[in-house]
Design a protein around this ligand. Sequence first.
Ligand SMILES: Nc1ncnc2c1ncn2[C@@H]1O[C@H](COP(=O)(O)OP(=O)(O)OP(=O)(O)O)[C@@H](O)[C@H]1O
Length: 236
Amino acid sequence: MASLEVSGVTVAFGGHRALDGVAMTAEEGHVTGLIGPNGAGKSTLFDVVSGLRRPSAGRVSLGGRDVTGLGPSRRARRGLARTFQRLELFGRLSVRDNLRVAAELGPERRKADAAVTGLIERLGLGAVADDHVDTLPTGLARLVEVGRALAVRPTLLLLDEPAAGQDADETERFAALLRSVASDGTAVVLVEHDMGLVMSVCDRVHVLDLGKIIAAGTPEEIRRDELVLAAYLGDA
Ligand SMILES: Nc1ncnc2c1ncn2[C@@H]1O[C@H](COP(=O)(O)OP(=O)(O)OP(=O)(O)O)[C@@H](O)[C@H]1O
């Protein structure tokens, strides 16, 4: 059973359909890519999945249960966590405290300190653990946001451009982190413009264009899809 199942999702802003009958699934243990040019509707779809925006039509199921009518906090309690394209961290708190706030909300709240220590190690944030988040370069701040999402031990993790601002070494480490999060049994959905990362880390990729899914398949299938290749991937 898919961790996430989206069907027929439509969102209109005025007369403009940002999403038009979108369907996609994400499986536990897999990294699922969601790509498409600027304005394709990727963040809007994350808003619909996380309950921040109600679609005018369509359905969202988590773990086989229809959650279309539920708000964000009830979806979070069903195991959904996400990061935002525009960072949503506590800038005046340290890395450690940002992670602790989240860990104290999650299933490991009684062992929050140990959970935070484990996350700092897993994310490679030891050298900046006591720094204020608003002093960090964007790439590291994004990693803190990923850590905060992981602190609640999600079953479905939505990542909105998490690798933006990372250098090549950081991206390589991040790819390994995503594979390890998926191998823990989490369904990971990755919105990302770094095609190298998407193609190396994803099990399946969905391509969104002007509010419609125009292709879905393995990275190899997406690479071979001439429409996708011509329109979105260039030489990647
Ligand atoms: N609150 C809003 N009001 C009006 N239009 C909106 C709103 N949010 C998004 N849109 C429009 O909906 C479309 C989809 O936007 P969205 O941010 O979901 O795209 P995206 O694929 O995430 O783009 P990017 O890669 O640039 O982040 C765009 O045309 C955008 O201008």
